[in-house]
Design a protein around this ligand. Structure first.
Ligand code: ASP
Length: 451
């Protein structure tokens, strides 16, 4: 049995939804389908999720939300009309309007509940369409199916373990195709709660894990995952196979094909993930697996992401002071700032953090505490850093990649603020000024993929 998740461009209009349904029907193993909200039809279009966020924030601000709401309903009216399922519209319109017009107790929960309605409506429409064409499909409500979530300590929605057991009983009838809305679940108190943007990928992975699927298919609008962002390089190398570990590193550093948090559920149960193209279903796509069968290249991928800061602390004879590092980490922990990396030297240590959590106020408090409580000699903060990563399991057994990468970057005039090779030797990380984020990736690609 396969769990198949379709992204926003696959649900963007009636034509795309028909493609989705024919893909689903072409393989009897595709029995559980996870859908996103309708995405962009053209480059300048607006995603339904963004339209819904606009509806919610307009109502919170006390302004007229009926106009933006009408834009949402119009999208669904057009889709239902073109699919010739006009009877599906009233249920969709009722569900959306009820949530939009509900009492607002707290703004965050209200926005979550409204923005989940894109996925919810997609699931209702796909179900109706399949039923109208003579197939047996069932719309799944995440609460009835037991998908329970909560916020973790940095405000991210995470799954409650019991959900896996609940969801494992989803397929009560073998002949039915179950259509599950992505992106959201419920708190135990019965409130809608959404994952971060792009989170339908997470729902798909959770269901694949809960149902012990043979594969988790993630249908999108590209034939493959590419070795580098295709907006930066013409015709980049396609990745046919990649391990969870490699993908995790690349997703961390900005690969956006699959949501960063979507790997974990499938990884834990060893379920292979196949990224495929709704517009070209016969292409093999990219396989994310626990063990690779072959290596097409030494490097698997290059990625980069902005939004990091580093705090470099110097203290003469730091290496001889028991507990110095522990005390630094304790201060970051007490101030609620999560640490991403800690490259270190003999008398210096850099703590790399996400800029969004390391506000200028936090910076002031943390730096003062480190100077005062730990008697540091010096402390230097770089606020605007990008992390650029080279990832590839095959690197572990080869010599000289770091030298080639570092000299290519230095020949291009890019100053390396941080260099770090992960203990696993499957990745190398470079910290560069944010303004060099794209350029550094291009330079590295040119050096490492043209051998
Ligand atoms: N619709 C949501 C978003 O646009 C979630 C998703 O598509 O995965 O972020």
């Amino acid at each position: 049995m396969k769990v198949s998740k379709f992204g926003g461009t696959s649900l963007a209009n009636a034509f795309q939804i028909q493609k989705v349904c024919s893909i689903v029907l072409s393989d009897p193993d595709r029995k559980v389908v996870v859908v996103s909200a309708p995405g962009k039809r053209t480059k300048d279009d607006i995603k339904v999720t963004d339209l819904l966020i606009d509806v919610a924030t307009t109502r919170i601000a006390g302004n007229d939300y009926k106009k933006p709401l009408e834009l949402v309903i119009d999208r669904f009216r057009e889709i239902c009309g073109e699919l010739e399922i006009p009877d599906a519209l009233p249920a969709v319109e009722k569900a959306v309007t009820e949530v939009v017009e509900a009492a607002i107790y707290d703004n965050v929960s209200y926005i979550d509940s409204v923005k989940a309605m894109g996925e919810d409506s997609s699931a209702r429409i796909v179900t109706e369409y399949l039923n109208s064409t003579g197939h047996k499909a069932h719309y799944c409500n995440p609460r009835e199916c037991g998908l329970f979530l909560e916020h973790n300590d940095i405000g991210k929605a995470v799954i409650l373990d019991e959900s896996y057991d609940n969801l494992s009983t989803l397929r009560k009838d073998e002949d039915t195709i179950y259509i599950f809305p992505g992106f959201y679940g419920y708190t135990k108190a019965g409130q809608i709660i959404t994952f971060s943007r792009g989170g339908s990928d997470i729902t798909g992975s959770i269901l694949a894990a809960a149902l012990s699927a043979e594969v988790y298919e993630n249908w999108t609008d590209v034939d493959n995952v590419y070795a580098v962002n295709p907006n930066l390089v013409n015709n980049p190398f396609p990745i046919r196979e990649i391990t969870y570990d490699e993908m995790r590193e690349l997703a961390y550093a900005g690969f956006t094909v699959l949501h960063e948090d979507a790997l974990y559920p499938a990884y834990v149960r060893g379920i292979p993930i196949n990224i495929k193209n709704t517009n070209n279903p016969s292409a093999n796509g990219t396989w994310i697996v626990s063990k690779r069968t072959h290596y097409d290249s030494l490097i698997t991928g290059i990625a980069g992401e902005k939004g990091f800061s580093s705090v470099t602390i110097s203290k003469y004879l730091m290496n001889q002071q028991v507990g110095f590092l522990w005390n630094i980490m304790r201060i970051f922990m007490e101030e609620g700032v999560s640490i991403e990396h800690i490259p270190s030297g003999i008398d210096t240590i850099s703590v790399v953090v996400r800029k969004k959590y390391f506000t200028p106020e936090k910076q002031e408090i943390i730096c003062n505490r480190i100077m005062k409580e730990l008697n540091a000699d010096n402390i230097k903060v770089e606020r605007d850093l990008a992390i650029v990563m080279i990832v590839g399991e095959a690197m572990a057994n080869s010599v000289g990649i770091m030298a080639r990468a570092a000299s290519a970057l230095s020949n291009a005039g890019i100053n390396l603020r941080i260099v770090n090779q992960g203990a696993s030797e499957i990745s190398m990380m470079f910290g560069v000024a944010e303004s060099y984020c794209s350029y550094a990736q291009k330079v590295l690609y040119k050096e490492l993929f043209r051998y």
